[in-house]
Every structure is written in C-alpha cells, then in structure tokens.
Design a protein around this ligand. Structure first.
Ligand SMILES: [Zn+2]
Length: 250
C-alpha cells in the first residue's frame, strides 16, 4: 500500500519539508487523473476495499498550512488524509525549532505556525483524520518508560478530548522506535504506527512504511517515488534517495 508523507505545503517556506502549493496540486492531480482514491490508514491495515488504485496521504507535525493550503486542494480532488499532531504545539503560538527553520529556510513566523484546534475540528468533521505525533516530538527511545508513556498517552488523550474521536494511529518522531516503544503504543490502545524509512524496514502494523515527498521532488522524481519501482529499490538496499529526510533529525 502506498502511503505518502508530507509535512508542510507552503510557497514561503523554502526548506526541504515544505512542498510548494503548485507542486502539491500537481501531485494530487496526478493521482486524480489516474483514477486513484484515498483510503484511511485503518482501511489500509484491515486490507479492506483495497484496489491497486488506493493510496493513503499523511502529514506530520500539524502545521497550519495543512489547513490553509493543503486542505482545499485535497477537497478539490475528493481526497482525504491523516494528520499527525505534536500536541504540545497545536493551538499555541509556539514554534518548533524556530532558530533553525526561519533562519535557514526563510519565511515569516506565521509560516511555521501549528494548527488551531478549531481548524482541526473543522477538518475532522469533513473527512480528515488525525493521529498522534507525541506531545513534544522527542527521540522516544532515549526516554524512560514513564516519560515515553506520557508522550504517547498524553497526546492521544488530548486529541480525543478535543475532537471527540478515538485516536488509533501514531507517528514516531524522527522515525525513532524499538520494541519497547511499540509495546507502550499497544498498551495505550493504538492499532498502528507509521514511519518513513531511509531504506529497508521490516513492515508491520506498528511500522507501516511511507514514502516521503519533499520540496526538491519534481514531477519526474515524484512519479518514480510513488511507483512500485521505488519500493523495490528500497527493499533491495538502503538507498538514500530522500536525503532531505535527515533534515529533521539533525
Ligand atoms: Zn515530525
């Protein structure tokens, strides 16, 4: 199952994680014209209603531009998506690593704002799903059991209270996980988790593999990355095709 990872859709942000509005529209139009439809992560793991023309769209972190830029494009093509929220930033004016992002990648403070709960509720009422990406975006494997559990459970609880829907999917910050973290996820009632691997990865419900789409992916590269060829290559060896991914973990 093809699961795409986006972070930001923005013309002002110039970092690798921000796909321009035009490119995002072109990418969605590509799937639309090929007759693809989006399914939820739950459908993907239950393997229900699967066709070769199904795919899943996900967004990490919960930037405001997911609402102001991506949401209306998704609606234009009748697509849904799952957005993974860092709840400690949602509905606040806190910025995630501002010293790095704004200085290096341009844009204004507003371009790095996170979603409001109001926007999240509106999207939730219109087919967009949400998942947890922890409270503070830590490297989970470096935390104690108690600390990790607080991040994993606290974020889930807050989203559930805010939107009134059960949260069952999780996204590992920096793709950092191990068996201990997966066990905590299961204890807290999650049913699956996603990761964007560099190369080979043993896939399971708690390590669902995604393909990261970044600013420098032109249409040719995008078409390759969403094709079965890319996954085949990734399975064979650790191809660092998307070096941009390491941006967030630096
Ligand atoms: Zn993240």
């Amino acid at each position: 199952m093809l699961i795409l990872t986006y972070h930001s859709v923005s013309n002002r942000r110039q970092g690798g994680l921000a796909v321009s509005v035009e490119n995002f529209d072109r990418q969605m139009k590509y799937f639309y014209k090929k007759g693809y439809r989006t399914i939820s992560l739950a459908q993907a793991i239950e393997k229900k209603d699967l066709s070769s023309k199904s795919f899943v769209i996900t967004f990490d972190d919960g930037y405001q531009d997911n609402y102001t830029n991506a949401y209306f494009i998704l609606k234009r093509y009748g697509f849904s998506a799952t957005i993974f929220l860092i709840t400690g930033y949602i509905g606040t004016d806190r910025l995630f690593k501002p010293e790095r992002y704004i200085e290096r990648y341009g844009g204004r403070e507003e371009d790095y704002y996170f979603l409001s709960w109001r926007a999240i509720r509106e999207m939730s009422n219109n087919g967009i799903e949400f998942g947890s990406h922890t409270i503070s975006h830590p490297h989970l494997t470096r935390l104690s059991y108690q600390e990790a559990r607080k991040e994993i459970q606290g974020s889930k609880k807050q989203i559930e209270e805010e939107i009134g829907t059960k949260i069952i999917f999780f996204c590992y910050p920096y793709g950092d996980f191990n068996g201990r973290i997966q066990k905590i996820l299961k204890e807290c009632g999650y049913e699956g988790a996603v990761v964007t691997p560099y190369g080979r990865l043993k896939e399971g419900k708690f390590s669902l593999k995604r393909v990261g789409i970044y600013r420098k992916d032109n249409m040719l590269r995008f078409k390759f990355k969403v094709s079965p060829w890319f996954d085949g290559l990734r399975r064979m060896r650790n191809v660092r095709i998307h070096r941009m991914q390491s941006l967030q973990s630096r």
